[in-house]
Design a protein around this ligand. Structure first.
Ligand SMILES: [Zn+2]
Length: 346
């Protein structure tokens, strides 16, 4: 038993104490490192959360009411919320700012922004109420009048939109294009006009102004394709290339197609006629080559470019959803895989 007992002065005792100390220090360092890492992670999480957390509605209202931050700063913040698509937050800021704003002109400016935020969020009735309220106190406000016109247009309340043009005209605003567009839209909507009269009036708008080609021929090719072919200008074929591409074969006018190089290329590329072997339009040329090599694995799709703001949309429009200008649409060809052929070929 005495052999197993180690004296405190024994060198072996010192070595054991030394290793025990190393073990304790290593363990403590490891534990401290883990603790610090967990603490740092918690801090970073809190920091990121704080960055992403916006003040609650009540807190934000309280800050706005205190008036320590200029209203312009709040409007910039609201604008950034709109750009992120958070219209609800923007509306809250505009409403609270309106309640504390004393300057009448600034109040009007903020109220217009509030109406526009409602419009962008799709709350058209609320948007309308805001603009009507502004115009009740300041009827000669072109910005509010134009904004109200857009609301009525989106609501398809064309007679109301046409009424808004009157005060705009009195304010010497240029309303020619808006008037023509709204009259055309209203005409298309009306059920108390015979189809023949409707077509005749639409053609009158087109031949007299040379505008609204897409809107008018979108209707005419469905209603009376012979009349449409008869009056459509050659120079406008590219402006309605998607409408022509989707035209069923029974609505083709061979007299018009045979006499125009672009139409010969378009319908050969579609594979419904065989009238040419090439095209200066890249997409059509590829499809014509594929058609002549009996390869039907590709087709055309269209996207729609606004010629004014250069935004492209996957759907057609009469008024640009981005810049709200009218008659700016231009179909763009996109060469795509013909999935219909793949799915339905046997
Ligand atoms: Zn646009």
């Amino acid at each position: 038993m005495n052999n197993l007992y180690i004296e405190t002065r024994d060198p072996l005792f010192g070595i054991i104490v030394f290793f025990a100390l190393i073990f304790v220090i290593t363990f403590f360092s490891y534990w401290w490192g883990r603790y610090k890492a967990r603490d740092d992670t918690k801090y970073l999480d809190r920091f990121v959360k704080d960055l992403n957390t916006v003040p609650s509605d009540d807190a934000m209202k309280k800050i706005i009411y205190e008036g320590n931050i200029p209203s312009q700063s709040w409007l910039i913040l609201a604008q950034s919320y709109i750009q992120q698509g958070d219209y609800e937050k923007a509306v809250e800021i505009y409403q609270s700012t309106l309640e504390v704003e004393k300057d009448t002109r600034q109040q009007q400016h903020t109220a217009i922004l509030l109406g526009q935020a409602y419009f962008k969020a799709g709350f058209l009735e609320r948007s309308k109420e805001v603009f009507l309220k502004i115009l009740k106190h300041a009827p000669r406000t072109p910005r509010a009048l134009y904004a109200l016109l857009l609301v009525y247009d989106r609501l398809k309340a064309y007679p109301k939109a046409l009424e808004v043009l009157e005060p705009l005209q009195e304010l010497n605003e240029t309303i020619t294009n808006e008037k023509r567009y709204l009259e055309c839209a209203y005409l298309l909507q009306r059920h108390d006009v015979t189809p023949e009269e409707k077509n005749h009036k639409l053609l009158n708008i087109y031949t007299q102004s040379g505008s609204l080609c897409y809107m008018i021929f979108d209707h005419l090719f469905r209603a009376d394709s012979a009349l449409a072919w008869q009056h459509l200008n050659h120079s406008d074929y590219t402006r309605i290339s998607d409408i022509l591409w989707q035209l069923p074969a029974e609505k083709y006018s061979m007299a018009h197609i045979d006499s125009d190089a672009y139409l010969r290329e378009l319908f050969t590329a579609k594979g419904s006629l065989d009238l040419t072997h090439s095209s200066p339009v890249f997409e059509l040329d590829i499809l014509i080559k594929l058609y002549h090599s009996n390869n039907t694995g590709a087709t055309l799709q269209f996207e729609y470019l606004c010629q004014k703001c250069k935004h492209a949309f996957p759907f057609s429009f009469h008024r640009c959803p981005n810049c709200y200008d009218i008659d700016t649409i231009m179909p763009q060809m996109l060469l795509t895989k013909d999935t219909f052929e793949e799915n339905y070929a046997f």
